[in-house]
Design a protein. Structure first.
Length: 158
């Protein structure tokens, strides 16, 4: 079993219910959730004129390989009604693989650790709640160190 960290986000409809449903669906598909961060309300970053997000990070364990995990996550997103119409646009659910142990994966459709992790307070804040001393396997920076660089971004713990 490998420890994985997953980022969840939703900015359409009942955001908290969507995050809860995603957690339930992950448990059924081979991802054992160990801990969940608090919920954080966050301002959209790239496409600014859309509803604010609810975000959360999960610490889980799984014996799935990275591509298997990605496939199951994408299936959950589709089944929950996610449609990729506008890049970076509103979404019912978004599930990102942040880390899988200390693995580094770099393919056309999957990059682990998540390539934009260090730029996103909406991911780093809840991740720091769970694992502040976790080190990025490429940069060797801790989550706490990365978070210190993005504190100007709007994030509110609920």
């Amino acid at each position: 079993m490998k420890t994985v960290y997953l980022g969840l986000g939703s900015n359409l409809g009942d955001r908290a219910a969507h995050l809860s449903e995603a957690r339930d669906r992950l448990q059924v598909c081979g991802v054992q959730i160990e801990r969940a961060s608090s919920l954080y309300e966050t301002e959209p970053r790239d496409l600014r004129h859309q509803p604010w997000f609810l975000n959360q990070v999960l610490e889980a364990s799984t014996d799935l390989f990275p591509r298997q995990l990605l496939s199951r996550i994408q299936k959950i997103e589709r089944e929950m009604g996610r449609r990729k119409i506008v890049p970076k646009g509103p979404r019912i659910i978004d599930i990102d693989i942040l880390f899988i142990g200390d693995s580094v994966v770099d393919t056309d459709n999957l990059q682990i650790p998540h390539p934009h992790l260090a730029e996103r307070r909406f991911v780093l804040e809840p991740l720091a709640e769970l694992a502040p001393d976790l080190r990025h396997p490429v940069t060797a920076q801790t989550i706490r160190e990365m978070l210190a660089r993005v504190m100007t971004q709007s994030v509110r713990k609920l």
